[in-house]
Design a protein around this ligand. Structure first.
Ligand SMILES: [Zn+2]
Length: 149
């Protein structure tokens, strides 16, 4: 488990999620980007990322882009919500980058803002995670600013 704290907000990422990111690192020279959605729970003021969805055949991906299929994501969100006694919710998006220390592209920033606008969110933020070849980028979009963790 990994814990990130800044501005009094703690984000916990479960081992299974970290292991999943590890598996999808773009270590091969022709590996495409991978990605999916982040699911978890809010306990007190702590954000717990408990699950990340894996890429599916409806997603669009190239070496330098990833577009998560929203219909497939919605099925997962509803399933996890019902199977957790309505505790596990959609918390954000993740994808990989073929660079050591990843930083979000302009498209990544517009994507997280659009998701924030379009979705009826339970919480007033969304998390963006990008797994690079070595580092993991984590940021929280609160509707006004992207807070890099
Ligand atoms: Zn990206």
């Amino acid at each position: 488990m990994k814990e990130i704290i800044r501005n009094k907000t703690s984000i916990f990422i479960s081992d299974s999620v970290l292991e999943l990111f590890e598996r999808y690192k773009q270590l091969g020279l022709t590996d495409n980007e991978s990605g999916g959605i982040l699911l978890g729970q809010i306990r007190d003021k702590e954000i717990h990322i408990l699950r990340a969805s894996t890429p599916n055949k409806f997603d669009k991906s190239t070496r330098y882009s990833f577009e998560c299929n929203k219909d497939a994501a919605l099925v997962i969100i509803n399933f996890e919500f019902q199977n957790s006694g309505k505790k596990t919710i959609y918390l954000g998006e993740w994808h990989t980058h073929p660079e050591k220390v990843p930083s979000p592209s302009g498209i990544d920033k517009s994507m997280i803002k659009e998701q924030y606008r379009k979705n009826k969110l339970n919480e007033p933020f969304l998390i963006l995670m990008i797994q690079g070849l070595t580092d993991l980028f984590i940021a929280l979009w609160d509707g006004k600013k992207l807070h890099v963790k």
